[in-house]
Design a protein. Structure first.
Length: 124
């Protein structure tokens, strides 16, 4: 199982980067690909000074939900309320960044089973 190490409330917590976890995130808060796309569009427009109203926004509830789903899918016994306390202890903004990076790991390639072969130049 591929995992993503997130620092939440000063503690490193493994989050599962799996099909099952991504489906649970989709059911609970929204499709990970759509969320990642909206975050990327918002960042791009912001860099250009253009106002953009995303179709999806992070909140205390959905940040906690995303991180809790990932942690429990990785085998943690943490409760939703405990995760919420860690989110607030470390700061919502930092937890939002970790949730965004976790969603990025979900939608990005990186299977442990399929590794790209090195080119001849890389082998030398």
């Amino acid at each position: 199982m591929r995992t993503f190490d997130a620092v939440i409330g000063g503690e490193t917590i493994a989050l599962a980067v799996t099909f099952g976890a991504s489906l649970k995130v989709a059911d609970a808060v929204g499709d990970p690909l759509m969320i990642s796309r909206e975050a990327a569009k918002e960042a791009m427009f912001s860099q250009r000074g253009i106002e953009y109203e995303p179709k999806w926004s992070f909140s205390l509830s959905n940040v906690t939900q995303i991180l809790w789903i990932g942690a429990t899918a990785a085998g943690s016994k943490i409760t939703f309320d405990e995760m919420g306390e860690k989110v607030l202890a470390g700061g919502l903004f930092e937890a939002k960044n970790e949730a965004g990076r976790y969603l990025g790991a979900i939608v990005s390639p990186g299977s442990e089973e399929v590794k790209p072969e090195k080119s001849d130049a890389e082998k030398s």
